[in-house]
Design a protein. Structure first.
Length: 191
């Protein structure tokens, strides 16, 4: 990808500190180096995108003023390369979406863009749909998916169910609290 094929995007917090720094390709997808910062100005997330898909090793840092490396994920192999066992258990006790909430929402928004027609997206604009499911303790994949919105057609519910069931496997919990089943939820926001 050549420089003329991308647009540099840099956003800031209201305090003036940088929030995100990345590039978008002509299709509007993130492409190339990506960085996100805390409101304190410390690096929070860094990695690479290839046409909207996270690739390679991503580093995740603590969101406090220290900005210490707490996790490394390899998006090519979908493996957790490193996790700081002293910091993460206090933050997360249960399965974790591979890449965190930000990448989970990017996955959902990308799938809304590709799995729903333009007419469906226009009709659902402004709608948020809560989806509740459980994580299988052996496979770390979603199952038992429930959408409790009776206003949605069965076709729309089937598409949402498919998107959730095809999510990448979640990371296992760092702490072991003996909970055999984890109930999780995500929100589909049609923008």
């Amino acid at each position: 990808m050549f420089a003329q094929d991308t647009v540099h995007v840099s956003t800031s917090y209201t305090n003036g500190k940088k929030n995100e720094d990345y590039f978008r390709n002509l299709e509007g997808n993130k492409h190339g180096k990506y960085q996100r910062f805390t409101r304190y100005g410390k690096l929070y997330i860094e990695g690479q995108y290839n046409n909207g898909t996270p690739v390679g090793i991503w580093n995740f840092y603590s969101s406090d003023t220290l900005g210490e490396l707490v996790q490394k994920l390899d998006f090519d192999t979908l493996k957790e390369v490193m996790v700081d066992p002293l910091r993460v258990p206090s933050l997360i006790c249960g399965p974790r979406y591979f890449g965190g909430n930000m990448l989970q929402q990017e996955y959902i928004q990308q799938r809304i863009k590709t799995d729903f027609t333009e007419t469906e997206r226009a009709r659902l604009k402004g709608t948020s749909v809560l989806v509740v499911f459980e994580i299988d303790p052996k496979t770390y994949k979603p199952y038992g998916i429930v959408i409790e919105d009776n206003a949605l057609s069965e076709d729309i519910k089937l598409k949402i169910t498919k998107i959730v069931s095809e999510m990448p496997a979640w990371l296992p919990p760092v702490c072991k609290d003996g909970t055999p089943v984890w109930r999780m939820s995500v929100v589909f926001l049609f923008q």
